[in-house]
Design a protein around this ligand. Structure first.
Ligand code: NDP
Length: 444
């Protein structure tokens, strides 16, 4: 049996009931087959793959908090410090009822390669809780965040592990957690990214994942003789990534006609009204059902369905496994040119393989959504320097990181005879740097 197959079997055996983690590892190992076969002796001797798929540390803790009626609740908190070969652990915190150790491990594992691809010195980690922020008051959110940080603060720091936001964790939650960390540790340091501008945040961090997604898509399209101007775009999600992907796509002259949330989706043939969307989601924190009040000619549908709308470019920006094989077939039938993952692992393996086989340009999340963590690393640099860059400076750096990233994965795919396969290119390019650093640092 090959080394990669052996490791896959072991991952399934040793991590039962963690299907998302298996899926993420399988996708990476399949891409790495060529490079592992070339270096099998050295990798086996140093157990590179065994070390790669086993987190350096997994922390699980109790988070008690008090609701507005005085009732105490208990949730579970996690932080998985996956790989620090190339820098301090870096990766977001997710608050969502679906969170469990398998989800956090899949996200942490992806983060290793994504962070490596940015070219910046950051290792891979991820964390979160099964806490559901929906319907909670501001004070309940604060109580939860403070109690979550009371425990997490023992394991993180500006030079060891620097969490950021993810689903359910935005500027408000980062603020409450930062305040609690500062109180407990007596340190005003860049321990979290995604902070507010008044206390060490970076301009462009809020926009970074969505903007970065469009920068890399535009570069890929240009390399294939297209551009974003005039394209029809379908987006899923209505959170941080989706909103700023829509904003940048519109700035580039494209028309975005859909968005969605966990209960339904909107089709606005004239183009999404971004001002209305921001007010509904960022200010009122309401459901998308509200959208029709602003745009009476738009359609609202319950459930999922954005992928049935004809488009040139599709951008899944909500959550994992939201685009399956039937959706991929519809997109191909409707003539889609490119699909790029704003979310982490939103396409099932069957879906992205189908898209690739049918000539669709496909960018995996670990490349396409790396702009968020890249700008987080820029926030860390500014915190260390005690400096604050302008919007233009930070945006320019983000754009150049995303453009370089595209050429880096394109080149890796070509080097291994898989031109145009950006899944393989991203996994290989991300892995090369991490494996190199792991080999250099000995058995640790
Ligand atoms: P948000 O919480 O801001 O938004 C998530 C959006 O997806 C919301 O519209 C939410 O609906 C919807 N959603 C969440 N879960 C589900 C579900 N199970 N089914 C259908 N819709 C769902 O999160 P982000 O925008 O930050 O994150 C979106 C994705 O992007 C995630 O996969 C995340 O890991 C990834 N990502 C985020 C980065 C960032 O910088 N924020 C960086 C890199 C990747 P509702 O409004 O109803 O909650």
């Amino acid at each position: 049996m090959s080394y990669t197959d052996e490791i896959m079997e072991r991952v399934i055996r040793e991590n039962p009931n963690e299907p998302e983690f298996h899926q993420a590892v399988r996708e990476v190992l399949e891409s790495l087959r060529v490079i592992v076969e070339k270096n099998e002796e050295a990798y086996r001797r140093d157990a590179i793959l065994e070390r790669l798929v086993n987190p350096e540390r997994q922390i699980k803790f109790r988070v008690p908090w008090i609701d507005r009626h005085g009732q105490v609740h208990v949730n579970t908190g996690y932080r998985v410090q996956f790989n620090s070969a190339i820098g301090p652990y870096k990766g977001g915190l997710r608050f969502h009822p679906s969170v469990n150790i398998g989800i956090i491990k899949f996200l942490g594992f992806e983060q290793i390669f994504k962070n490596s691809l940015t070219g910046l010195p950051i290792g891979g980690g991820k964390g979160g809780s099964d806490f559901d922020p929906k319907g909670k008051t501001d004070r309940e959110i604060m109580s939860f965040c403070q109690n979550f940080m009371t425990e997490l603060s023992k394991y993180i720091g500006a030079d060891t592990d620097v969490p950021a936001g993810d689903i359910g964790v935005g500027g408000r939650e980062i603020g409450y957690m930062f305040g609690q960390y500062k109180k407990l540790r007596g340190l005003f340091e860049g321990v979290l990214t995604g902070k507010g501008l008044s206390y060490g945040g970076s301009l462009v961090r809020t926009e970074a994942t969505g903007y970065g997604l469009l920068y890399i898509v535009e570069e890929m399209l240009k390399s294939h003789g297209h551009d974003m101007a005039g394209k029809t775009v379908v987006v899923s999600g209505a959170g941080n990534v989706a909103i700023y992907a829509i904003e940048k796509a519109q700035q580039m002259g494209a028309k975005v006609v859909t968005c969605s949330d966990s209960t339904g989706w909107v089709y606005d043939p004239e183009g999404i009204d971004l001002k209305a969307l921001k007010e509904i989601k960022e200010v009122k924190r309401a459901r998308l059902t509200e959208y029709k009040k602003y745009r009476p000619d738009s359609e609202y549908h319950e459930g999922r369905g954005v992928w049935q709308i004809k488009c040139d470019v599709a951008l899944p920006c909500a959550t994992q496994n939201e685009l399956g094989i039937e959706d991929a077939k519809l997109l191909v039938e409707n003539g889609v040119i490119a699909v790029a993952e704003g979310a982490n692992m939103p396409d099932t393996p069957e879906a992205f393989k189908y898209l690739q086989e049918h000539g669709v340009l496909f960018l995996p999340g670990k490349a396409a959504n790396a702009g968020g963590v890249a700008t987080s690393a820029l926030e860390m640099s500014q915190n260390s320097e005690r400096l604050h860059w302008t919007f233009e400076e930070a945006d320019c750096k983000l754009k150049s990181i995303m453009v370089d990233l595209y050429h880096h994965i394109d080149d890796a795919a070509k080097r291994y005879g898989m031109e145009g396969n950006y899944v393989a290119g991203a996994n290989i390019a991300g892995f090369e740097k991490v494996a190199d650093a792991m080999l250099a640092q000995g058995i640790v």
